[in-house]
Design a binder for this molecule. Structure first.
Ligand code: HEC
Ligand code: HEC
Ligand code: HEC
Ligand code: HEC
Length: 202
């Protein structure tokens, strides 16, 4: 009986693990098989349950970048983005190319750097603006944006609830770092520009 219960527990665990690993597992954010990650774990490169970096939510484990960025600016834009903040800083800890991907868990001597067009660099003036407030007032001023507080995102709730972080646009407004179902880690398919047209009334 004991063995049977044990077997049942193992089977249940295996099933649960398979379900919960369905999204990030096997994507470009799954570093569990990399030689520089001998733990064989997925989450650890970005998160840790203990001794996380102070002030970097959620339970951040990857060395942060100290870069100063050139941000997007344009004469037709109403918002004025400042330096990247919030969880965009987490993405940029790998995607600005200044910090090694294997600098996690307190390690600083890594040698793996992000390459090609996955490296946004520190000049973000040619990238979609991030780290600014997108609220009803901005939508009103702009005229070409939907009101995020009342417009459905198509993901279950409003744009504010599903795509903004403390009312701010961030990288994670458009990307889900844990789920590559839509390709490019997008929060939804961008076929026929569906992602863009969620916020832009064009
Ligand atoms: C490549 C880096 C990376 C990996 C690997 C990663 N995460 Fe995350 N995670 C992030 C970032 C960045 C955020 C903040 C942005 C967001 O909330 O989408 C986040 C947010 C979260 C959150 C809080 C928000 C939410 O979505 O619930 C939880 C919980 C979480 N991650 C759990 C995990 C677990 C569990 C794993 C391993 C199976 C994992 N993450 C792997 C980068 C990563
Ligand atoms: C621990 C480092 C790390 C963090 C943190 C991280 N990424 Fe990545 N990301 C990578 C690497 C490495 C790749 C694969 C690069 C390659 O294939 O050359 C990648 C690939 C991607 C891709 C391309 C996927 C594809 O199919 O080509 C996107 C989009 C992306 N990341 C977005 C994000 C966003 C948005 C965040 C934050 C919410 C984030 N990443 C956080 C390391 C990271
Ligand atoms: C407004 C939506 C939006 C925001 C905000 C956004 N992205 Fe993307 N990103 C996309 C789309 C859409 C793609 C798919 C490829 C394309 O259309 O260029 C993409 C592609 C990428 C790629 C893959 C590039 C390639 O050519 O393979 C990376 C890496 C990436 N994004 C990282 C980030 C990071 C890091 C941030 C924040 C600094 C960010 N993105 C903010 C929409 C966005
Ligand atoms: C989650 C909402 C959201 C999504 C999704 C989104 N945007 Fe935006 N975008 C904004 C907001 C808000 C602004 C700031 C507008 C302003 O202040 O004038 C902006 C700014 C821009 C600008 C700069 C406008 C200017 O006047 O310089 C362009 C161009 C743009 N977005 C195109 C896109 C494209 C293309 C996509 C799809 C790949 C996209 N956006 C997806 C919310 C979004």
């Amino acid at each position: 009986m004991k063995t049977l219960i044990k077997l049942f527990a193992v089977v249940t665990l295996a099933f649960t693990v398979q379900l919960s690993m369905g999204q990030i597992s096997g994507t470009k954010h799954d570093f569990s098989t990399k030689g520089w990650n001998p733990s064989g774990e997925i989450c650890i490169v970005c998160h840790t349950p203990h001794n996380a970096i102070t002030g970097a939510e959620p339970l951040w484990n990857h060395e942060l970048s100290t870069a100063t960025y050139t941000v997007y600016s344009s004469s037709t834009m109403d918002a004025t983005p400042g330096q990247p903040n919030g969880n965009s800083k987490l993405c940029l800890s790998c995607h600005d190319g200044t910090v090694a991907i294997d600098n996690f868990g307190g390690a600083t001597g890594g040698s793996q750097f992000i390459g090609g067009n996955k490296n946004l660099g520190t000049d973000l003036s040619n990238d979609h603006p991030i780290s600014f407030t997108y609220d009803a007032a901005l939508a009103g001023t702009d005229g070409g944006l939907f009101d995020p507080t009342t417009t459905n995102s198509g993901l279950g709730g409003t744009i504010t609830a599903d795509m903004l972080f403390a009312n701010e646009m961030q990288c994670a407004s458009c990307h889900d770092v844990h789920d590559d179902t839509n390709g490019d880690f997008l929060v939804m398919s961008n076929a026929a520009s569906a992602l863009c047209l969620t916020c832009h009334n064009k």
